[in-house]
Design a protein around this ligand. Sequence first.
Ligand SMILES: [Zn+2]
Length: 249
Amino acid sequence: MSLQQSLAIVLQVRDHGDSDKIVTVYTPEHGKIVLIAKGAKRSKKRFVNKLELFSLLSMQFSPSRHSSLMRLDQADLLNPFPGLRENYELYIAASLLCELVLHWTREQDSDEELFRLLAWALEGLVMEGGGVNRTIIFFHVKMLDILGYRPDLAGCLDCRVLGAPGVLYRFSPLRNGLVCSRCEPQATANTQPLSIQTIQLLRRAQDMEQGKLERLQFPLAATQEAIALLKRYDNHLLQREVQSWNFLR
Ligand SMILES: [Zn+2]
């Protein structure tokens, strides 16, 4: 495999030794790849200000002879998303999106749709202004869809009913769907109560096109429930904590 070219969004950057950096990116054709940027800490010219979290790059890379890492040969900055770096809330939101893709994907498992979703959501955050949580919820729901982990929110997994009067619903990460208080009167561990309103909003998000996001209005209570649910789902399926959730306001 010789020199290759690709678009890439930076998901993680770490120092490596005295002069190098290890960069994890998401690309349309190769999915997540890990590269070594030789001399990135020292050479001011080649990579300066380019290898930053959530930057969109056009890069050239090649397999390294001495390790399993790819070698980053050149990077051109297409979009540094300056608007996301000047505001704490937006910075945390963009970091969260990148951390989700970092943990939810495997190396070299390509998904062009996920790349487009991530690029769209980063752009969207800049445009959204106040609706940061809505973009996060929408991104997460769509990401689960793309990766084949769509939660079943059509009704209780046992009786298939949704919205029966006086019945409460809980989400079970273990079963990847809803259980109702008639089928399971005692709340089991690690399940989370969800209002009908939150369930309906999440279902609409699952089926909505990206361009129509502004039609989705999340009241505060539904936003909090949806975010708590997604965080719990991450913890359960990834078996680890996604750090950026803790910095979200
Ligand atoms: Zn039921």
